[in-house]
Design a protein around this ligand. Structure first.
Ligand SMILES: Nc1ncnc2c1ncn2[C@@H]1O[C@H](COP(=O)(O)OP(=O)(O)OP(=O)(O)O)[C@@H](O)[C@H]1O
Ligand SMILES: [Mg+2]
Length: 590
């Protein structure tokens, strides 16, 4: 166990130590002052008893009371400085860790997110940063203030009476042994707690995003049960951690009782038989009692570290996932003039042994509309991902205007491509902000121009705040078609030579579809467009159609040619669109 906490601490210190070294140095000085003052106050008890009470010395009375006051004041200031400094270091660590985690998330590739729930990431950003703070604070408080204090007090005890010290500390090793055993339990509980917390966020997020489904399918009891399970698990695990951490208390108390009793017996016996001064004994017992609290904290530190180690480990697991998008070698930018796209023998699988794209060849001619059609799961969306380098092909090449995209920078590639997805994603902010997401430098006028071209202007103008309407306020007031228009406006603003379009499968009423079709046509004019086509009108307007089946192009050509051939395309076409063209045929197909 110790073995797995220690490397984490080492790494944290190695990464953060240098930056905080001056602050830590001051904090350590303050902690040493606290430890020294504590030991001095215990030691003074010897003179308090012997000079004032036994020898009745009046000057000692004034000097010692003043001395005690000064020492405790110094101790107070020392505690203040060490706590404020460590607190500030901790808060800065939290901020820094959160930034670092998010920056890293922006650089990992798409598959990372596909493998994780958003709730888990939310948890990590908030929780792991706190674990880093807790771990370093525990380390510095325990091994700084508490350890110094205990060492100073034990030193005082040894100075006063070495034999009595040995008697008092005889039970110490027992505490170490037992607290080691408890660490395993803490670790399991802390891991469980983090997962259950993610469950709470998950249920809340799903309720907010899927409120229509929840209500319409009357899933309230089910959602409630999930929430209840997660909440109870967190409560149970927190209680478990509490219990395990508290086990140390009765242990320390009984050991402390034993130590005090043994010291009283030994000192009394010395006094009765050899006439030792009472001052010595009082100073000793004061030091012993003062050492109890920091010693208790040290014995619990192990457990606290074990709990925070879980979060720190999760953080490093995340930070250690390769940031694939941070290209190590500066690659030359892609120069796109017309936007000819060629795929040569492309092979790709999400897992290397299970190819999804199987030696695919395809040409999307410059400034033409290329439609991809095919049954579900054929690999169409995967192709659009490959074109944007969300993933890299295992073999084969993708060329744009003759340049293999792999040899050019990702940034330059994506600068030249606009992707319009099936679901329109709106960011927090105003409608205008959302359109401007296409190009941060666009002026208001350009955004409004784009909205007009996308046919979004009329409904945006109807909003009371127009373009300044917050998307959140918009909520579900906007229809699917209106959302699509916002995303088309965004694409207009980005104004790239290449457009990738994943057409929504959801049917729009034919009038809206006609309109959107017109706007899309305006958008794709003079641009290379690759569209995953679900709408008949799109297919009919396409210059080339590729039928994708099982990761390969099985047929290519124009609609009329392909239909004449009577191959895969005509079968697919019959299946999907016969109904639309000839309502009577629908009965035959269905
Ligand atoms: N992130 C992923 N991890 C693993 N497999 C995936 C992933 N995404 C897709 N697949 C698999 O890859 C294959 C192709 O999926 P893809 O989404 O490209 O199909 P599609 O042609 O776009 O289908 P649809 O018409 O339903 O959108 C499918 O078998 C799918 O299960
Ligand atoms: Mg798809």
């Amino acid at each position: 166990m110790t073995a797995s906490i220690l490397p984490l601490i080492k790494r944290l210190v190695a990464e953060n130590g240098r930056q905080y070294a001056p602050l830590y140095a001051v904090a350590i000085v303050a902690m040493v002052v606290v430890a020294g003052a504590t030991a001095a106050s215990a030691y003074l008890m010897k003179h308090v008893i012997n000079s004032i009470f036994v020898n009745q010395d009046r000057t000692a009375l004034y000097a010692l009371t003043l001395g005690i006051f000064v020492i405790f004041t110094i101790k107070g200031f020392g505690s203040y400085f060490s706590e404020v400094l460590l607190g500030r270091i901790g808060n800065r660590l939290v901020a820094q860790t959160q930034r670092r985690l998010f920056e890293h998330l922006l650089k990992v590739d798409v598959s990372f997110f596909q493998a994780r729930s958003s709730s888990q990431l939310v948890m990590q950003i908030s929780q792991n940063a706190t674990s880093v703070k807790e771990m370093l604070t525990t380390v510095s408080l325990t091994f700084g203030r508490d350890l110094f204090t205990v060492i100073a007090l034990v030193g005082t005890m040894i100075f006063l009476d070495p034999i009595m010290t040995a008697i008092a500390l005889i039970g110490g090793p027992l505490v170490v042994l037992i607290s080691r055993k408890l660490v395993t339990q803490i670790r399991a509980a802390a891991t469980g707690e983090i997962h259950s917390l993610a469950g709470i966020i998950n249920a809340t997020r799903e309720l907010s995003q899927g409120v229509h489904v929840v209500k319409s399918f009357q899933l309230e009891p089910h959602m409630n049960e999930r929430m209840d399970n997660a909440v109870s698990a967190v409560e149970r695990l927190s209680n478990k951690m509490l219990r395990v951490q508290a086990v140390v208390n009765p242990l320390m108390d009984s050991l402390g009782g034993f130590a005090v009793a043994a010291v009283v017996f030994y000192a009394g016996w010395r006094n009765l038989n050899y006439g030792d001064t009472p001052g010595q004994f009082f100073a000793f017992i004061t030091a012993l009692l003062m050492a109890a609290e920091p010693a208790r904290r040290i014995s619990q530190a192990h457990l606290k570290l074990a709990a925070s180690a879980i979060g720190v480990k999760m953080m490093y697991d995340l930070l250690d996932t390769p940031a694939r998008e941070a290209e190590t070698i500066e690659k030359p930018p892609l120069r796109v003039s017309k936007g000819d796209i060629v795929l040569e023998n492309v092979v790709f699988g999400y897992t290397p042994d299970k190819p999804v794209i199987k030696g695919l060849n395809l040409i999307a001619p410059a400034q033409k509309v290329t439609a991809l059609v095919g049954l579900s799961g054929g690999g169409k969306s995967t192709l659009l991902g490959l074109l944007q380098r969300f993933h890299e092909p295992q073999s084969g090449r993708i060329l744009i205007d003759g340049q293999p995209i792999r040899d050019h920078s990702i940034a330059s590639l994506r600068r030249n491509i606009t992707y319009v997805g099936q679901d329109v994603f709106l960011f927090e902010g105003t409608i205008l902000d959302n359109i401007r997401a296409g190009c941060r430098d666009a002026t208001d006028e350009q955004c409004i121009e784009a909205a007009k071209a996308a046919g979004a202007h009329p409904f945006i103008s109807q909003q009371s705040k127009g373009y300044q309407t917050e998307v959140g306020e918009l909520g579900s007031q906007v229809s699917g078609g209106q959302r699509q228009r916002i995303s088309i406006a965004r694409a207009f603003v980005k104004n790239t030579p290449i457009i990738l379009l994943d057409e929504p499968t959801s049917a729009l009423d034919s009038e809206t579809e006609d309109h959107i079709q017109r706007e899309l046509q305006a958008l794709t004019e003079k641009r290379t467009t690759v569209v995953i086509a679900h709408r008949l009108s799109t297919i009919l307007h396409a210059d080339v159609i590729h039928v994708i089946e099982d990761g390969q192009v099985v047929e290519s050509g124009s609609h009329a040619d392909l239909l004449k051939k009577g191959g895969p395309y005509s079968r697919l076409f019959l299946l999907q669109f016969a109904r639309v063209l000839n309502p009577d045929a629908s009965t035959a197909v269905n």
